[in-house]
Ligand binder design. Structure first.
Ligand code: BTN
Length: 319
């Protein structure tokens, strides 16, 4: 399966393929099976998105620069995992998770991604807002695992692992704070939000979303990709993170969380730390020293009176 590009994204790809040389409107029109007028319309809307495109009467168009943005036109062509079938989104969107959920509810297939450079109503875990200014990478995608809801409880963990893997491949020393915060040292660099719709004992669809701080810190004590990799492009980060999450998702379908457990544990920054775990309402549900994660992804802590497994909650370091 290959990814379907919007016509505007296909025009952007044709310009990029010309590698800084002139390409005629007629050539682009023929390659894409559209009219020259349609090419002109898409060039105009690409310019509005921040593409610097020169044009001349007998030479056609030449791409001088593309925007450093998490938009479908820049992300789609960088995606490598075979799962991708579509890359939707816009420069500004309410929430990529909300858009992906809307598409999933209308039947969008597994591998439909939604990306944005800025969110006006980004959401985090526990119903919190997720500050999403321009300069970040906000991505979500639809999966349709042929599993019962109880079998996919590790989705947030494997998504976090995919993000950490991707950021590490770009040169960022990313670790994991259970269940799915991606951190550099103690500072958060990315967050993951998984939302699901299920019928009886089968998952209809799940949306896996991730927000990465790329260009600048968005919260106090946040880390951002360009601290470690100043030249990282936002679209490059977005595509790496989507591919990373798609990779761990496929590995999970093939071998369960057990196959990812060791890698997850090796990146867990909490091991050996004294922690407090709270539920969604802020109530303390456990305290102890982190021993690791088990084959299901549950956090295992030594409470002093024995070991406890936790399947959800928010972990803070005990002072
Ligand atoms: C958290 O750490 O609380 C999770 C944050 C998840 C934010 C991402 S940004 C892309 C996607 N769209 C949203 O509205 N939320 C997720």
């Amino acid at each position: 399966m290959s990814i379907t590009l919007s016509t505007r994204a296909a025009v952007a790809r044709e310009l990029a393929r010309a590698g800084g040389e002139w390409v005629s409107g007629e050539t682009i029109a023929q390659r894409l099976g559209i009219s020259r007028a349609a090419v002109g319309k898409h060039i105009a809307s690409l310019r509005e998105l921040g593409y610097d495109i020169a044009s001349g009467p007998h030479v056609g168009y030449r791409l001088s620069s593309a925007p450093d943005a998490c938009i479908p036109e820049e992300v789609a062509g960088r995606l490598q995992n075979p799962v991708w079938v579509a890359c939707e989104g816009a420069k500004t969107i309410t929430s990529t998770n909300d858009e992906a959920k809307r598409l999933a509810a209308r039947g969008a297939p597994e591998g439909t991604a939604v990306v944005a450079s800025c969110q006006t109503a980004g959401r985090g875990r526990f119903g919190r807002a997720w500050d999403s200014p321009e300069g970040g990478a906000y991505v979500s995608f639809v999966v349709r695992p042929d599993r019962a809801p109880s079998e996919v409880q590790a989705l947030p963990l494997l998504a976090g692992l995919g993000v950490a893997r991707a950021l590490r491949s770009l040169g960022v020393a990313a670790g994991l704070k259970w269940p799915n915060d991606v951190v550099v040292g103690k500072r958060k660099i990315a967050g993951v939000l998984v939302e699901m719709a299920a019928e009886a004992d089968e998952v209809s669809w799940a949306v896996i979303g991730c927000g990465v701080n790329v260009g600048r810190a968005t919260q106090p004590q946040a880390a951002f990709v360009r601290e470690a990799v100043p030249q990282a492009g936002v679209a490059e980060v977005a595509a790496a993170v989507l591919d990373g999450m798609a990779d761990t998702y496929r590995e999970f379908l093939a071998g369960g969380f057990a196959g990812l457990q060791d890698e997850y544990a090796s990146l867990l920054v909490l091991s050996g730390e004294a922690v407090r775990v709270k539920d969604a309402g802020g109530r303390v549900i456990a305290e102890g020293v982190v021993a690791g994660v088990d084959h299901t992804g549950a956090l295992v802590i030594d409470t002093g009176r024995g070991r406890r497994r936790l399947v959800s909650g928010e972990v803070t370091l005990r002072d």
